[in-house]
Design a binder for this molecule. Structure first.
Ligand code: AMP
Ligand code: MG
Length: 503
């Protein structure tokens, strides 16, 4: 089973493969089969993601092409369905601020694009063997990192944050060497496109304007058709990506998500969260938190993310320059909306988190003072916001549950007076506001220790905790009394968890 999968037989599949990326031509990818895993088993799966593809809850048993390979084999890289057209794409990028040259899908394998009830969606395996772009890597992914990517992709989606999706994880006893010997897994990802800023940088850097233009046209026509009618479609594309990325950053910051490796090859041209590696959700609110143990300088620290995204957009702009005759003013103008778009999105989402229905001039200052209050004592970000939902404006209210989160009660009390005053100013009603706030302040996020507990169990062969967590994280805003423990403060041992680029 470790041999590369054979080319697909004649298409007789009922699935509607359109495979448009594959029409771009050989400058964009190398066609090759997957290198499968021996004797695979299911680790986890998302019926919700399957539904996106139009597949019913029995999708893992029936498959989609009667008489063709079972899904377990296909999503382990051991078999193909007719119509799939596996390929690894080439891209380049800046890693930690430095030009890294050619990268590419070193362990990702694009299987094809399906026309689904939700629109065209691409399916990609991660960890299915060597490609021409594997460089020093082994083309594999380990169980640990695949579970983290799977859970976080689905959790982010249910938090309402744009992201690539995860269909499933399959595992095998195949040993994979990292810091220790681990076992191999394959994660299957789903997205309208996996094109990154780095795809554009690749063709710009290698002096291939024709391919660069072809890529821009592909992205505009498929994903940003409104830009086509603009006087300068490429500049319009840059501006649209700028605005989407700004909104994405606001959503990350508002939920305490730290990506960890915001290299330009990990930036989606669609403004999706992509490539879950050493990510983390903040426990205590520490703006300087660095979730990636390998990031010793803190380039990708939590508070730096919005600025890094803008830096990355500049790299994208530079890559697009040849398409607009190096119109620097035009490129600058397309990037210029970023700070305002980010701060507007950030204020908007934080206003909602604080339950402010109306917009007032000094809201940004109020929001800032709240975040400062949290930062001083590194108060738990998720729990503080959830308890804020129950804030009482009654004159004699103690707001004990929330107040107890702070050692400096005087500082909290002062802020609470200010907040209560602001709420009174718009005649806010406690009960109605609490309901609204619970829709935007999640109770459940994928804290590191939750993922780690599921991983520890999975490494003993028990995958039930992964599926249980998936279920909990699929309803992040709901009270789930039976899962209260997943919304609790992290245990002491969580402070010592280290997550690095190794995956
Ligand atoms: P990342 O920072 O994880 O997004 O990966 C950066 C680059 O390294 C991408 O081109 C990946 O495809 C490649 N890469 C990461 N891990 C491996 C691996 N185990 N085998 C081959 N390529 C890898
Ligand atoms: Mg990557």
């Amino acid at each position: 089973m470790n041999d590369r999968t054979a080319a697909a037989p004649a298409p007789t599949t009922p699935l509607a493969w359109s495979n448009r990326f594959a029409t771009l031509g050989s400058a964009f990818f190398t066609e090759l089969g997957a290198t499968g895993m021996p004797d695979p088993h299911w680790v986890a799966w998302s019926d919700d993601c399957a539904a996106l593809l139009g597949w019913g809850p029995d999708w893992r048993e029936t498959g989609h092409a009667k008489g063709h390979a079972p899904p377990l084999q296909v999503f382990s890289g051991n078999a193909l369905w007719p119509g799939m057209q596996p390929l690894a794409s080439v891209y380049s990028g800046h890693q930690f601020g430095v030009w890294a040259g050619q990268l590419g899908d070193g362990r990702a394998l694009w299987l094809g694009e399906l026309d689904t009830p939700s629109g065209p969606l691409e399916i990609q395996l991660k960890g299915a063997g060597l490609t021409p772009y594997s460089r020093m890597g082994d083309g594999r992914a380990v169980l640990r990192s695949s579970i983290r990517e799977f859970l976080c992709s689905e959790a982010m989606h249910h938090l309402g944050i744009p992201t690539t999706r995860a269909l499933c994880v399959t595992g095998s006893r195949l040993p994979v060497r990292r810091e220790r010997i681990e076992t191999a897994a394959v994660a299957t990802r789903v997205a309208p496109s996996f094109i990154r800023f780095g795809h554009f940088e690749h063709f710009a850097h290698h002096g291939k304007p024709t391919e660069l233009a072809q890529l821009a046209d592909f992205v505009i026509d498929r994903f940003y058709p409104e830009c086509r009618d603009e006087p300068a479609p490429v500049l319009a594309l840059l501006q649209a990506v700028t605005e989407r990325t700004a909104r994405l950053m606001a959503q990350w910051q508002a939920v305490g998500f730290c990506h960890g490796v915001m290299n330009t090859d990990n930036m989606s041209i669609l403004g999706l969260t992509i490539d879950y590696g050493p990510f983390g959700f903040l426990d205590g609110f520490d703006p300087r938190h660095i979730c990636n143990h390998s990031d010793d300088r803190g380039r990708y620290a939590f508070a730096a993310q919005p600025q890094v995204a803008w830096w990355n957009l500049h790299a994208l702009a530079q890559a697009l320059a040849p398409l607009v005759d190096n119109n620097v003013d035009g490129l600058q103008a397309a990037l210029a909306p970023y700070p305002e778009a980010f701060s507007q999105a950030m204020t908007g989402v934080m206003r909602a988190k604080l339950g402010l229905a109306e917009a007032r001039d000094d809201d940004a200052a109020l929001i800032d003072s709240w975040l400062q209050l949290l930062a001083i004592e590194k108060t738990d970000f998720t729990i503080a916001h959830r308890r804020l939902c129950d804030f009482s404006t009654a004159p004699d209210a103690a707001n004990g549950g929330l107040r107890d989160l702070f050692i400096d009660r005087t500082a909290f009390d002062a802020w609470a007076v200010r907040y209560a005053g602001r709420l009174a100013g718009e005649n806010s009603q406690d009960a109605a506001r609490a309901l609204q706030m619970r829709l935007v302040n999640p109770k459940y996020v994928l804290r590191n220790h939750l993922a780690q507990t599921a991983i520890d169990r999975a490494e003993t062969g028990d995958f039930s905790e992964v599926m249980r967590l998936l279920k909990v994280l699929s309803r992040p805003f709901d009270e789930q009394p039976e899962h209260e423990a997943d919304a609790a403060f992290p245990p002491d041992w969580a402070q010592h968890l280290e997550v690095s680029c190794s995956s």
